[in-house]
Design a protein around this ligand. Sequence first.
Ligand code: CP
Length: 302
Amino acid sequence: MKNKSLISITDFSKKEYLEILDLAEEFEKQPVQNIANGKVVATLFFEPSTRTRLSFESAANRMGAKVIGFSDASSSSTSKGESLVDTIKTVSCYADIIVMRHPLEGAARLASEVASVPIINAGDGANQHPTQCMLDLYSIRKTQNTLDNLNIALVGDLKYGRTVHSLVEAMCNFNTVFHLISPESLKLPSSVKMRINEKKLKYYQYREIQDAIDKVDILYMTRVQRERFLDIQDYEKVKNTYILDYSMLAKTKPQMKILHPLPRVNEINTNVDNTPQAYYFQQAQNGVYVRQALIAAILALK
Ligand code: CP
């Protein structure tokens, strides 16, 4: 993984995912390790973020690296008309690794083609969010003690949810049965379903959470991605389709966990937060260990 960019989850092999998860376990046991002294991590966020940016910055700080960058593109020279290519070529001169979020699908791949340092895709439009996927895998393995042969329900915006696309592609390596729960207009894109078919895995499609909740090991909730809709009225029609409530958890498998990449809007009632099934804030915490592992592996610090 040394000097390798991470743009899509398929850029890493199953063996490489598992190595990152093992390394993240080491960081969870000992988060403060001054192994990146003298290194500079750039975080370039052309779209809003709380967890991804701050957990990368926390990860870098805990390893002794310095962080530069911006959380709002309006404060960068792109607001004066500078191209993404020129921005990336410039920041490559200042940092050892670049973490970038951008609203356009393919922007991270383009950045990796012109950068002289590794690029980590922190989300490109509705396309991919591979580091979220790595922390989702970590959270699934930690709560289920395995990644193999699990039943996973993906709920909500399966069309625009980039975390869903990355997670389906990764879990195709682990003999997963997928339960896809969405409104008709937000079904999983056929390009992602094709990955499931290529691996000859099973998937089932539902309209209601209650049709699948008692069958699954992981219930992966997602927000309807308002910012991806061209017509706000289409968003209004589906925005509250799913609201997971405490009362819906009576018949879950004993070890079932609820994940959510966050932020949430209405799709999980706060009365779920203190149930044994709720795991989404621990999941966000796992992001720090996984991002420490990714920085360490890509910069060959371990
Ligand atoms: N999960 C996630 O990407 O959250 P942020 O948008 O807050 O980074």
